[in-house]
Design a protein. Structure first.
Length: 225
């Protein structure tokens, strides 16, 4: 069983009962955050890029917990400038690393990186018997069709906020291309500029695909099925 907890914005915790995998832990200064950086527990932190609303509290959480940061080398470098002696798992687009909970494949994202020489990415997270696509910040782009073919994700975590990423219409199209059985919207309602009606996204996505859309309020969890 894998439990998914949504902490708000793009911060999600996957817990298989033995390992905790955290994504983009922007908690301090996040008006939607449902946990404090000082309190969150994790073994791995996956970072999609170095913008402040993704890299967030990662260096301090990694320092406190001993969690390893999985990221592009340039993004890891930005973390190491803030905290010494971090555990890192450097990787790059197209690469797969085996980790104690399963494996992680780093895939492209169409977005800027927030650090010189870096590049934004998404992750395919294989944990227990589930495959979870964490899109990070991205525009809609046809590589998502390849993800459907190569990884057949059970869950797709997609940004719907618009302005900085794809909005609800493009995210619905992404869900169609990804053919995921389940979709969870992220990266919306944190600030007025990315305010969205998640119920509308659910309606248009479920009308266009066979996916089930799960709207999680920050601080709530679901079991992956
Ligand atoms: Ni960004
Ligand atoms: Mn962002």
């Amino acid at each position: 069983m894998v439990k998914l907890t949504y902490y708000g914005h793009s911060c999600v915790l996957l817990d298989d009962g033995r390992h905790k995998v955290l994504t983009d832990p922007f908690l301090t200064g996040n008006p939607q955050a449902s946990v404090r950086a000082e309190d969150v527990a994790c073994d791995y932190i996956l970072l999609s890029h170095a913008h402040g609303d993704h890299l967030g509290d990662a260096p301090e959480i990694a320092k406190r917990t001993g969690a390893a940061i999985v990221a592009i080398p340039e993004v890891l470098g930005a973390c190491e400038q803030r905290a010494q002696g971090l555990q890192g798992v450097p990787m790059n687009l197209g690469g797969t690393v085996k980790l104690p909970f399963g494996k992680v494949r780093m895939v492209p994202a169409l977005h800027s990186s927030g650090v010189a020489g870096g590049i934004a990415c998404g992750f395919i997270i294989y944990i227990a018997d589930k495959v979870v696509y964490f899109a990070g910040d991205t525009a809609l782009f046809p590589y998502m069709k390849l993800i459907a073919e190569q990884d057949a994700p059970d869950y797709a975590l997609l940004p719907i906020g618009d302005n900085y990423t794809m909005g609800p219409d493009d995210a619905a199209r992404a869900a169609e291309w990804l053919q995921a059985r389940h979709v969870i919207p992220i990266h919306y309602n944190t600030w007025p500029v990315i305010a969205q009606d998640a119920a509308h996204f659910k309606a248009i996505t479920e009308a266009a695909t066979t996916a089930e859309v799960h709207i999680l309020d920050p601080g709530t969890s679901c079991q992956l099925v």
